[in-house]
Design a protein around this ligand. Structure first.
Ligand SMILES: Nc1ncnc2c1ncn2[C@@H]1O[C@H](COP(=O)(O)OP(=O)(O)O)[C@@H](O)[C@H]1O
Ligand SMILES: [Mg+2]
Length: 302
């Protein structure tokens, strides 16, 4: 069931790296949460008001901006759904291609393999727990947490991109999931309760940066997400306004409203307003981030 990324033939099941398989001996999810807390991570967890709001774009921009400060940065995408096999120009080699993984791989300032950037890459472009099910297995939380901890000793800052919005299911509870872990045939039991990206953020115990895709409805989505973040005991370190719609009416008024509400309710500063760019390159986005505010929000100053 476990495949190496870059293996010769296109795998028919989940392409994950053997080296990234965790060996958590205890039942989930408490053991997973404890594992995440045993050794603190440095960096942030980037979430968004929805899928397709600019998490990857802003994560790459953050990596670029932090690297320009002389920091060793690594992008981490624990779970990505939607991969196509890309054969090498010559020979039998190739790799599974996913836009998020490529973007974070390119924006990292340390050498990483694709499977280090993303230990759980699923072929089907749909909700991750369903993509895993379609591939005949399930996502293994311990693998996702272990992947972050493996990268930390090699970098100063880890920028983790979630999947979709903040509360996306990754593993369905025992009652629903009889399938084996997609990542490995050996590791832990299915948790008794559902386990999702919010639980992953808690297990990683990183401050959260919220990317708000500016469009109608984003104020509500941003405030709900901020509440969900802080209700789980995580710190909302700040937020980024992303102009995904170039012609959104009253965009600045929306930003002003959110800036006030998120500062007042969650002490979360605005870390930058990203304009509509085509392409929205990491370098261009980095220019629009308030790097001093980012460093302060992540406790990296001085
Ligand atoms: N500021 C922006 N200007 C123009 N296009 C953007 C901007 N931010 C994101 N996009 C585009 O919107 C799409 C979704 O962005 P992405 O960063 O992949 O979102 P997410 O990671 O939240 O799914 C991508 O095609 C991306 O290039
Ligand atoms: Mg993304």
């Amino acid at each position: 069931m476990t495949m190496m990324l870059g293996a010769g033939d296109p795998p028919t099941v989940l392409p994950v790296a053997e080296s990234a398989v965790a060996d958590e001996p205890e039942a989930l999810p408490q053991a997973v949460v404890d594992a995440g807390r045993s050794q603190p991570l440095r960096g942030c967890f980037v979430t968004g008001t929805d899928t397709e709001v600019g998490k990857t774009t802003v994560t790459a921009g953050l990596l670029h901006a932090l690297a320009r400060q002389g920091l060793r940065v690594a992008g981490y995408k624990p779970v990505a759904a939607g991969a196509v096999w890309q054969a090498a120009a010559t020979g039998p080699d190739g790799h599974w291609h996913n836009e998020d993984v490529e973007a974070l791989h390119a924006a990292s300032s340390i050498e990483l393999t694709r499977s280090e950037v993303c230990p759980c890459l699923l072929e089907e472009a749909c909700a991750p727990h369903l993509a895993a099910r379609l591939e005949g297995g399930r996502i293994e939380p311990a693998l996702l947490i272990a992947g972050a901890h493996r990268l930390m000793p090699r970098c100063d800052v880890l920028v983790v991109e979630g999947a979709g919005g903040f509360c996306v299911p990754l593993v369905e509870s025992q009652a629903f999931s009889e399938a084996p872990a997609v990542s490995d045939d050996t590791v832990a039991a299915t948790p008794d309760t559902d386990w999702g990206t919010d639980d992953l953020a808690v297990a990683l115990d990183l401050p959260v940066i919220l990317v708000v895709g500016l469009r109608l409805g984003c104020i509500n989505h941003a405030l709900l997400t901020a509440e969900a973040v802080t209700a789980r005991g995580l710190r909302l370190a700040g937020w980024v306004a992303n102009r995904i719609e170039p012609t959104m009416p009253h965009a600045q008024l929306n930003i002003d409203t959110l800036a006030r509400a998120l500062q007042q309710r969650h002490d979360a500063p605005l870390l930058g307003v990203v304009s509509y760019h085509v392409p929205a390159s990491a370098a261009a986005v980095a220019e629009e981030l308030r790097i001093d505010a980012v460093l302060e929000a992540l406790g990296l100053q001085g």
